[in-house]
Design a protein around this ligand. Structure first.
Ligand SMILES: Cc1cc2nc3c(=O)[nH]c(=O)nc-3n(C[C@H](O)[C@H](O)[C@H](O)COP(=O)(O)OP(=O)(O)OC[C@H]3O[C@@H](n4cnc5c(N)ncnc54)[C@H](O)[C@@H]3O)c2cc1C
Length: 568
């Protein structure tokens, strides 16, 4: 092992090279071409984060469409919790990012007249996605094309380095430290500004959700940034025995879930929307059906028009591998009913940053899913849109910040760096719990239905006690055999942090709204409010409620998406 340190100086350090990080780097180097930008990712260099596995479907407001109409859809969909001013800015720029992708060579399905083919989302009037043409490889091609741009713009890119701490110079964030997850080499990055593009927190439910574990969100919190939307988790419906990309395009085209009696049960829970709705509502219904003894749940795609399967059948990539294996076993996803289950995947909790990624901590920016954007309901194609736009804007924000900021020296932090280095490697080569054992304990606490879907106070309190025990007893006892497992250890630590905030926030919100369903408080209560978290004394999270400032927004809240459902 080589535990030597390498010291690197850059103007902006972008932690995370997913959709948000790549766009942030691109925009920063366009806006400040004389300055240097460096992306550091714990995954392989240029792998592109979750986007590399994504279908590539993209939401966008195209020229001639009305941004306000989209915002109104989202005010309704988010049950009033929409940050209307930020959402308007994001949507206003979404068409530009779609056009950028087309310019880079990414293709989307078109109709006979040459215009883009769209798929409406979640029974909303205006929100729609544009499906990528190469089903199964759309996201991968987006990554390749973006990385090509960054090479042309001479953006530095490093892989296999996990960032463990941020550096400070006075009040300002001045870089970060981390280590090579293969060789163990220690890295010091001196930077004038840092963009956290580290993705969400989550619970490692499948290969598509292995990396979003929340270290970046925890780093932001530790540095003094506020967090929000922690009561919302993404509970998705997934096939029980294989991986699939969800049902974003399948539901609007006729896909539906049926129970063991063959009933299309969503018609009962929502006579208006039926099956064509948000997965968070479908999974509530799935849990209720299974609890009532009407499980298992199957996905029935037999009603999809055969002409439309061209939009859905994977032509390449990981989905094609799964599809071919299923075919070899005599199963066809588009012909046979397959068993599906609710799966708690990632947290919607993130950093409360403004539209330029400013976190309130000088020199610290955040972008993409590391920021809180959606309150637990999610339209297909939304993430590639929001992450590209917020990444782009954070790059612009960081460039503007550096124009007016003093230049920081890269000396004066030697003692702190030495301390962080000792701290980072402390668990290496020790005897102790394996990170995987701790991850399994966290998953056991978080996955019961009454913690993740049909939440109740008793179950949440029980899970909170267990997560607090894990944080105080198990996390400090973890050890790592090598740098790879040291990375896993850091991930498990962040997962425990995210889990505690999820539980505290879920307990605090004593109502049902958007993606948060409290079985013991099944109604909405009062004005829409956001729940924010900041670091209090001894690092303890302190909650603050903020009423959504409807008086300064364009659109009153007159309709609620949740009113389409009858669960209670
Ligand atoms: C299978 C699948 C299909 C999808 N399909 C679609 C789709 O068709 N349309 C759509 O809109 N969305 C889709 N999504 C969602 C979308 O791809 C993601 O939400 C989006 O790409 C997230 O981008 P991000 O940059 O915010 O985060 P991420 O992609 O998670 O990137 C964060 C990066 O930060 C790195 N990182 C984290 N912590 C550290 C650390 N401590 N040190 C260094 N690096 C770190 C990670 O390795 C990662 O590369 C899909 C997702 C999956 C998994």
């Amino acid at each position: 092992m080589n535990y030597d340190a390498e010291v690197i100086t850059t103007d902006v350090l972008i932690i995370g090279g997913g959709s948000a990080g790549l766009w942030a780097a691109k925009r920063f180097s366009e806006a400040a071409p004389e300055r240097s930008a460096l992306i550091v990712d714990k995954g392989p260099k240029d792998w592109g984060g979750l986007m590399t596995m994504a279908g590539g479907d993209f939401d966008a407001v195209l020229p001639g469409e009305d941004v306000d109409a989209w915002v109104q859809d989202l005010v309704y969909y988010f049950d009033g919790l929409c940050n209307q001013s930020d959402m308007e800015e994001i949507l206003r720029r979404s068409g530009d990012r779609l056009r950028d992708y087309q310019k880079f060579g990414c293709e989307f399905f078109t109709k006979a007249d040459g215009t883009l083919q769209s798929v409406p989302q979640r029974g909303l009037d205006h929100v729609r996605l544009y499906p990528a043409k190469l089903k199964g490889r759309g996201g991968e091609l987006m990554v390749k094309n973006l990385v090509k741009q960054l090479k042309d713009q001479k953006v530095g890119r490093l892989g296999r380095i996990q960032i463990t701490e941020l550096l400070r110079h006075g009040e300002r964030i001045a870089g970060a430290v981390g280590f090579d997850t293969l060789s163990g080499k220690f890295y010091v990055f001196h930077a004038q500004a840092v963009i956290l593009a580290t993705g969400m927190g989550g619970w490692k439910t499948s290969y598509g959700k292995n990396t979003p574990t929340g270290e970046g969100v925890a780093l932001g919190y530790g540095a003094g940034a506020r967090l929000m939307h922690f009561e919302f988790g993404r509970v998705w419906n997934m096939p029980r025995y294989f991986g699939w990309e969800g049902q974003t395009t399948l539901m609007p085209l006729g896909g539906r879930f049926i129970n063991a009696l063959g009933e299309s049960f969503m018609d009962k829970y929502s006579p208006i929307l039926g099956a064509n709705t948000d997965p968070h509502y479908t999974t509530i219904a799935m849990a209720m059906e299974i609890r009532a003894g009407r499980g298992p749940i199957y996905f029935d795609l037999s009603r999809i028009n055969p002409a439309d399967t061209v939009l859905l059948r994977p032509q390449n990539g990981w989905q094609k591998l799964n599809y071919d294996k299923l075919s070899a076993l005599g199963m066809d996803l588009f012909r046979d009913n397959t068993e599906w289950v609710p799966q708690m995947t990632v947290s919607y909790g993130g950093i409360d940053a403004d539209i330029y990624g400013r976190t309130g901590v000088p020199g610290l920016f955040a972008a993409g899913t590391a920021c809180a954007t959606e309150p637990g309901v999610y339209a297909g194609g939304f993430a590639l849109m929001t992450t590209s736009v917020t990444g782009h804007l954070a790059g612009e924000g960081a460039a503007a910040f550096l124009q007016g900021a003093d230049s920081l020296p890269s000396t004066g932090q030697e003692a702190e760096i030495a301390r962080l280095r000792t701290e980072a490697f402390k668990p290496l080569g020790q005897q102790g719990l394996k990170p995987k054992e701790v991850v399994t304990c966290i998953q056991r606490a978080m996955f019961p239905y009454d913690v993740s879907i049909l939440k109740t106070e008793n179950a949440l309190l029980h899970a909170l006690r267990e997560i607090q025990r894990i944080r105080t007893e198990d996390v400090p006892r973890m050890a790592a055999a090598d740098p790879h497992y040291l990375m896993k250890l850091r991930e498990a630590d962040a997962m425990a942090f995210v889990s505690e905030l999820y539980l505290r926030a879920s307990l605090a919100r004593q109502e049902t709204r958007a993606g948060h369903y409290r079985e013991d408080f099944p109604q909405r209560k009062g004005e829409p409010r956001w729940l924010l978290w900041s670091k209090g004394a001894e690092g303890k999270p302190v909650a603050t409620w903020k009423t959504v400032p409807l008086e300064s927004y364009k659109h009153p809240v007159t309709r609620y998406y949740q009113d389409n459902f009858r669960f209670a």
